[in-house]
Design a protein around this ligand. Structure first.
Ligand code: AHG
Ligand code: MN
Ligand code: MN
Length: 331
């Protein structure tokens, strides 16, 4: 039962025993993410007032221009996780290589690793549109106490222990799953506390919203072009409504609540798609599946793709079950 007086901190403690591997470590880890989220939220909220808007002048490993807030959020999440001695490894969109905490703290006995997109939708910062943070958590595969290895990060999405996102929107929410359904918490900014606002979120089986950057239409594979025309046909419940914010977190969140499909296909510019498997698609796919939806690259369930690279990209289609199945009929 939903109790809107329950704080995220209380919820974590109450549900600790339902984690796949029950130990206080994962609870502390989610608590650390909660803390970093509040710090980043505070900065995002006053973006227009402080010198945090715009580009840094640098590019990240994927040749994307880094925004000041990308770097700020990256530093805050990494610092919080390192300082609280809560993980053994971190990989981030903004870092070329993964970070092994054991090289900083030789006595580190933690078993979890985190993959993170510290600021998702960063092209929207300067124009006061919702952005987000996405995170994915695994147990390490290598021996506890040793340096983490690339293989600790290249795990199947299916093996995630927890995943979630923060959406810095009209209100700020933290949404996450540990494999027992999806729960959402809304921040009361006056007192800096997240409250349980959405219990057992489920995505409607069918929907009327399709979300895609249609500016790339001419570059899309045939089946996507056909599906877009299907969405636009005047038949049955169609035409559908097109909604595209350009922040995966925000687009997915809306579709999860209202019913819809999100599409980011391969294009000529991005032959493997644009979105990153490990810290964008996998966590969103895990949440989507936990909410009753489907996430696929067109041919394979996202959670069953074997990762080969830290910053690997993939085409991404996810959302309401019926809509994703309709899309797949055109393949
Ligand atoms: P990021 O800001 O972390 O690089 O991610 C941006 C992503 C994603 O949030 C969004 O869905 C997509 O890029 C938008 O891409 P287009 O501008 O090509 O539509
Ligand atoms: Mn992103
Ligand atoms: Mn990002």
């Amino acid at each position: 039962m939903l109790n809107k007086n329950l704080t995220l901190g209380e919820f974590i403690i109450k549900n600790q025993s339902s984690f796949k591997y029950s130990s206080g470590e994962l609870s502390s880890l989610i608590n650390s993410i909660r803390l970093a989220a509040k710090i980043v939220n505070h900065e995002v909220n006053k973006a227009g007032l402080v010198d945090i808007i715009g580009e840094t002048g640098d590019e990240n490993i994927q040749s994307e221009k880094q925004q000041k807030l990308d770097v700020y959020a990256n530093n805050k999440f990494i610092k919080t996780l390192v300082n609280r001695n809560i993980v053994c490894g971190i990989a981030s969109e903004e870092e070329e290589n993964f970070i092994s905490i054991n090289s900083i703290d030789k006595k580190n006995q933690n078993k979890y690793i985190v993959l993170i997109d510290p600021l998702d939708g960063s092209s929207n910062i300067d124009v006061n549109v919702s952005v987000g943070t996405i995170f994915s958590i695994y147990r390490r595969k290598s021996k506890i106490g040793s340096e983490v290895e690339l293989n600790d990060f290249l795990q199947f999405g299916r093996d995630q222990v927890a995943a979630g996102y923060i959406i810095y929107g009209t209100s700020t929410m933290l949404v996450y799953t540990t494999g027992n359904g999806v729960n959402g918490f809304t921040l009361n900014p006056a007192i800096g506390t997240f409250y349980h606002s959405h219990s057992n979120l489920s995505i409607p089986k069918d929907g009327k919203i399709y979300s895609i950057n249609e500016g790339n239409y001419l570059q899309f594979p045939e089946f996507v072009k056909k599906y877009i025309k299907f969405c636009q046909e005047e038949k049955n419940e169609r035409p559908y409504t097109s909604r595209y914010i350009g922040s995966l977190v925000s687009d997915f969140h809306r579709n999860m609540i209202k019913g819809g499909i999100f599409l980011y296909p391969q294009t000529l510019k991005n032959p493997n798609g644009k979105l990153r498997l490990l810290y964008e698609c996998n966590p969103i796919a895990f949440i989507c599946e936990q909410a009753g939806g489907i996430a696929t690259n067109g041919y394979k369930n996202i959670l069953d793709i074997e990762p080969e690279l830290l910053h690997q990209r993939t085409p991404f289609y996810c959302g309401s079950e019926k809509m994703v199945k309709d899309l797949q009929k055109f393949i």
